[in-house]
Design a protein around this ligand. Structure first.
Ligand SMILES: [Zn+2]
Length: 88
């Protein structure tokens, strides 16, 4: 195994990348703690995130407006299929 291989093989990074690719511009995301749903078509008035902002484009310091947990604890909302699944 080469050093280059080891660098690109960071599991956290890969998982993050995989999740990001599954989130489309209209994919709703749900807080797994309080079940708040972020809808990209509505944005997030509490954070002055304008309607039409994909989940991937909201600021890194954005927290769940309902319970305050970081946006890394958001998962695909019920009934949402990742962009990848559509091609399946
Ligand atoms: Zn929450």
């Amino acid at each position: 195994m080469s050093d280059t291989m080891r660098l690109t093989n960071d599991p956290c990074r890969m998982l993050d990348e995989l999740n990001r690719r599954r989130i489309g511009p209209h994919t709703k995301m749900q807080c797994k703690v309080c079940h708040y749903i972020y809808d990209p078509d509505e944005g997030c008035p509490e954070w002055q995130v304008p309607p039409g902002t994909p989940f991937n484009d909201i600021p890194d310091n954005w927290d769940c407006p309902a319970c305050g947990c970081p946006h890394s604890s958001f998962i695909l909302a019920d009934g949402e299929h990742g962009e990848d699944d559509i091609n399946f």
